[in-house]
Each structure stands twice: as structure tokens, then as C-alpha cells.
Design a protein around this ligand. Structure first.
Ligand SMILES: [Zn+2]
Length: 461
């Protein structure tokens, strides 16, 4: 399923506008062609009303009929609008959803959300589409998970705990495997794998329902608690205005607009203040530097974005040769340092196992689990499964019980889930301004959090 946001060029009623709209529709067409066979949802500001009689609207209708895409319409209501310019009293419906016919049903009527904390001159819109059963089993891939970040600071922790409790309670426990003392059954390994995946799914589902996500590097605007009050006032005034039938004049409308402008102004001022503060801090920071220190600090702050790709690398010139150099370098990184190292390690561990007498298998109780969980750090990079330390830290006591059962079964069977065998290797520049021409990098491997927690117990004994 492809979901795409559209922002049509602003309508300045010029001929160029029509050609810009045509170009944008060609982009949409290229998306439809590139993902042939997929389902599509397009949403956004189309700058025209569905019933308009003009060239742009005609082009959009043609695009829809050519690709058999449905234009989802609002319940007809004269007072309905998605764009409003309070200054010149201009109200219109310009924001729409388009979707593939398989997703469209009679109840797919979009809703306009006229929320008080929305500062845009466009209202938010929402729609429920039907997803055919065949699409529901496709889970996101690794790269998808890693383009967004869970915002645990804004999470509904109680909701997370409750949902996790419900998910974990519904797991069917592999009792025979969990109680097995001297194993002779290969199928128990599959049971451990399945049990581990059920716990993992519980953690993901509970987080998905209760933790907001943001694109990495997106969440950077400033905020302060005073704006929260102004925002709340604005929401309240909008609620009153909505209850009064969304009047375009009168005292209620005036109060609603006043609150909205105050909120807009407060955000603008806070942003300006933050930038001013940054300048002041920078000024005092730079004043304390000598000549060398000044330029060092200056480059650190401002020059990292100006780094240009090098034209020469290790004596090689030209893009093709440099690419080759990179390919060879990175290929070599994934080769073992010594070709037979694995065999050597196997021999060593075999010898170690033979020389050590096996004592009783330790038991991991929930108190030990809770101890290890309390040593986990916040805000660490999640492993390839998207599970972060916070998933475990905020888990309810019932999670500790399930982890205790899982880890004890793993110990007794000498078997760990497949996921523990994988890590993500991330290349990092030694410093932000490291010399790329010398391939000045180091590498870290991030393993999944549950495997790190398991290792934590192993090293305890
Ligand atoms: Zn067994």
C-alpha cells in the first residue's frame, strides 16, 4: 500500500499554475506506474474543489478515471470547508483523499477536524479506509522501522502496561517446554522461538498503540509550558465556537480568532527567543576562545554541512575510481580478520567445555530479571527488531515473569532464538569532520535488547 501526501502548487490563476499542476500530476502518475499492483491513498491540499470547472480540476478528474482511483467526497453540507482565510472570509473545500477502489466503501466519508490547536489555514482531515485482508499480514521491514523513532517521553505508559499485560496474558504457554528438565525433544527449540516471538509481538503491539513516533531528526522545534496554557485556551475557545455552530461573525467567533492569533504569536515569539538565546550563548562561547579555538568552534558549528564530496581519494581520481575504492574498503570490512578464526574459536570453546565440569543450571528468578532491567539505560539505539530498552523498562511485572520463563527455558535447552544471532553494524565517522578521504571511520554493532539482557544474566553467573 502506498500512502502519499500531495501539496499542489499554489493557485495564482496564471497559465504557469496549470503547467505546474500538470507536472505534479505527472509525478503522481509516475508513483502509480512505479508501484503498479499496489493500493494507493493520496491525500493533501489539491488547491481545487471537486466541483470546480477549470483546467486543474479537469486534469485531476482525468488522472482519477485513468487510474481507477476514487475521489472521496465529504457529506454535502454548505458550512463544510477545509481551507479558511479568516482575513478575507474565504472558505472552501480544497483538501481531499483519493484511494484505490478496493479500499473505498460507502462509509469512507472523510471527516474535517476543526481542532483548536491547529494553526494552519487548512483543517486536518481524516478518513477510515478498508484494507483488503491480503495486505494486512505485510509487516514493515527493517529500514521502515529505523526511519522513525518512538517518543517514549510522550508515551501513555499506563496504556502501554495495560496493553502489554493483555497481549502477554493471551500467549499460550508452551508448558511442556517450560517445565522440561532433561530435554530430548527438538520441537522444544521451535517452541522457545515461537514463545520469544509472541513476547516480541506483545511489546511491539503495546508500543504501537501507546507511543507516538516521529521521523528521525524532525522533532526539533522549541516549546515551553506557557504555550501549553495558551494552546489549551485556544482549544477551549474552538470547542465553544464549534458548539455554537461555527459562526463567521459575532463575539464567539471573535474570541475564537483572538485565541488563535495569541497562540500563533506565542509560538513565533518562543521560536525567536530560542534563536536569540542560541546567538547569545554562541557569542559568549566564541568570545572565550583564542584564534585557533575560535575557528575550531566555528567550523564545528557551521562547516559540517559544507563538506563536499572529495574528488581525490587515496591517490585515485574521478568518481568511478573513488567508488571502486569505497567498494573494496567496505567489502574488506565484512571479511573476518583471520580466515580460520571461527574454527579456532570453536576449538577453544570445545576444549573449555570439556575441561569444565557442568554444575547445576542456574535459575533466573524475577528478582534477578528486575535487577538487570533496572540497570538498562534509556535512549539507546534499538536493535534490528525495533525493540528498545524502554520497551522492557516500562513493561509491567508480568513481562519479568515471561522473560524469566523464556530465559530459563533457553538455558536448560542450550538454545537461543534466531534473532540473538543478528546485529546491525553502523559505520560512524570518527568525528563529524573526520577525513573521509582516509576512511576515518569506526563501526559499532547493535544487538537486540532482549539478547543483551540475556547476556547480562549469563555474565552474572
Ligand atoms: Zn526440552
Amino acid at each position: 500500500m502506498v500512502i502519499s501526501s500531495v501539496y499542489m502548487p499554489w493557485n495564482d490563476r496564471s497559465l504557469k499554475h496549470v503547467s505546474d499542476v500538470e507536472t505534479t500530476i505527472r509525478c503522481l502518475q509516475s508513483i502509480v506506474d512505479r508501484f503498479a499492483g499496489c493500493l494507493f491513498v493520496f491525500e493533501g491540499d489539491f488547491t481545487v474543489n471537486e466541483s470546480s470547472i477549470n483546467e486543474c480540476c479537469k486534469l485531476l478528474h482525468e488522472f482519477c478515471s485513468l487510474n481507477k482511483i476514487c475521489w472521496l467526497l465529504y457529506d454535502s453540507d454548505d458550512s463544510c470547508y477545509t481551507y479558511h482565510s479568516d482575513g478575507n472570509g474565504h472558505y472552501n473545500v480544497l483538501d481531499y483523499f483519493f484511494c484505490s477502489p478496493q479500499m473505498s466503501a460507502d462509509n469512507n466519508v472523510p471527516i474535517i477536524l476543526n481542532d483548536g490547536d491547529n494553526m494552519s489555514d487548512h483543517c486536518a482531515i481524516s478518513v477510515t479506509v478498508s484494507i483488503p485482508a491480503a495486505c494486512k499480514n505485510n509487516t514493515g521491514d527493517f529500514s521502515q522501522q529505523h526511519r522513525s523513532k518512538l517518543l517514549w517521553v510522550k508515551a501513555n505508559i499506563d496504556g502501554y502496561r495495560t496493553d502489554l499485560y493483555n497481549c502477554l496474558s493471551s500467549i499460550e504457554l508452551p508448558m511442556e517446554t517450560l517445565l522440561c528438565k532433561e530435554c530430548c525433544d527438538e520441537s522444544h527449540h521451535a517452541d522457545i522461538e515461537k514463545y520469544y516471538n509472541s513476547i516480541l509481538n506483545g511489546l511491539k503491539t503495546a508500543a504501537c498503540n501507546n507511543v507516538l513516533t516521529s521521523k528521525i531528526g524532525f522533532h526539533k522545534y522549541c516549546w515551553n509550558p506557557e504555550i501549553d496554557d495558551i494552546k489549551q485556551k485556544c482549544i477551549d475557545a474552538t470547542e465553544i465556537w464549534k458548539t455554537a455552530g461555527k459562526p463567521h461573525s459575532g463575539e464567539i467567533n471573535a474570541t475564537h480568532l483572538r485565541c488563535k492569533y495569541q497562540y500563533k504569536k506565542a509560538i513565533k515569539e518562543t521560536a525567536e527567543l530560542a534563536s536569540l538565546e542560541l546567538n547569545d550563548n554562541m557569542y559568549s562561547h566564541l568570545c572565550n576562545k583564542d584564534n585557533v579555538g575560535f575557528w575550531k568552534a566555528w567550523r564545528k558549528r557551521f562547516c559540517s554541512h559544507n563538506i563536499k564530496p572529495t574528488g581525490q581519494l587515496n591517490g585515485q581520481l574521478g568518481d568511478a575510481n573513488i567508488l571502486q575504492m569505497f567498494t573494496e574498503h567496505f567489502k574488506s570490512l565484512y571479511q573476518p580478520n583471520t580466515p580460520n578464526a571461527d574454527l579456532e574459536f570453536a576449538k577453544k570453546s570445545e576444549a573449555l567445555l570439556n575441561s569444565t565440569t557442568v554444575g547445576p543450571i542456574p535459575f533466573i528468578d524475577t528478582a534477578t530479571i528486575n535487577n538487570c532491567i533496572s540497570s538498562l539505560k534509556y535512549r539507546k539505539t534499538p536493535g534490528h527488531d525495533g525493540i528498545s530498552n524502554e520497551h522492557i523498562i516500562y513493561g509491567s511485572p508480568v513481562l519479568a515473569v515471561h522473560l524469566s520463563l523464556l530465559f530459563n527455558a533457553s538455558l536448560r535447552h542450550g538454545f537461543v532464538p534466531n534473532d540473538y544471532c543478528f546485529g546491525v553494524t553502523l559505520p560512524l565517522l570518527k568525528n563529524k569532520h573526520g577525513d573521509a578521504s582516509k576512511l576515518d571511520m569506526y563501526y559499532i554493532t547493535v544487538s537486540c535488547c532482549l539478547s543483551k539482557l540475556f547476556e547480562c544474566f549469563i555474565t552474572c553467573f
